[in-house]
Design a protein around this ligand. Structure first.
Ligand code: ATP
Length: 196
């Protein structure tokens, strides 16, 4: 099955785009969901994460407090590398299995927010990059998550730039208009991928 990677920076509109592909009947596989799954209790990465980062990153119910873990790795490249080395092999393998076991679909969309940063690009046949102006992204994320400008800016600074993402893009969705114009772009790409 043709695998299309979908990526973009924080608040660019990846989920909105993926939801529309899903409404068009396309299988969508979400890397973030897979990360949450493999880092939940009972999975090997969970034990490895607790072994390295300690019980202090746990919630009282025994699950990982993603915010606390995020704080430990956000400004610490060495700790981030440890976490990535634990997670990536498991995420890769679950993502590959999810594609193999996906229900019949003309093609599938793999939403991989950190496609450029993680090097998962070999898992997909083509790449869509969703871009939106910085100001729009900040406005939307502020409204959605209640974060401050500074918090959003520092997440943006830790991610690849739009220029870096564009270098690996086969198709670019420009999300600076209405949701309707975003959906029209998705529908155009859907027709193209169905032909491929
Ligand atoms: P993240 O990387 O943070 O998960 P994302 O790339 O998946 O974000 P979305 O969640 O799809 O982005 O969009 C961010 C917010 O912006 C959402 O609340 C969404 O409804 C809104 N949004 C996206 N595109 C538009 C648009 N063209 N007009 C108005 N609101 C939009």
């Amino acid at each position: 099955m043709l695998r299309i990677g979908l990526t973009g920076g924080i608040g660019s509109g990846k989920t909105t785009v993926a939801d529309h592909f899903s409404r068009l009947g396309i299988t969508v596989i979400d890397a973030d969901e897979i990360v949450r799954h493999v880092s939940s209790p009972g999975h090997h990465p969970f034990d490895a994460i607790i072994h390295h980062f300690g019980n202090e990153i746990l919630n009282t119910d025994g699950t990982i407090n993603r915010q606390k873990l995020g704080q430990r790795v956000f400004n610490n490249a060495a700790e981030r590398q440890v976490l990535e080395a634990i997670l990536h092999p498991a995420v890769r393998s679950v993502m590959q299995k999810a594609v193999q076991q996906a229900p019949p679909s003309p093609y599938c969309i793999l939403v991989i927010p950190l496609l450029v940063e993680t090097g998962y690009v070999d898992l997909v046949d083509r790449v869509i990059v969703v871009t939106a102006d910085r100001k729009n992204r900040i406005d939307w994320v502020k409204k959605r998550d209640g974060l401050t400008d500074d918090q959003i800016e520092s997440i943006m600074a830790a991610q690849a730039s739009d220029n870096e993402r564009r270098k690996i893009a086969d198709d670019v969705i420009e999300n600076n208009g209405t949701l309707d114009s975003l959906f029209r772009q998705v529908e155009k790409l859907d027709l193209k991928y169905r032909e491929i």
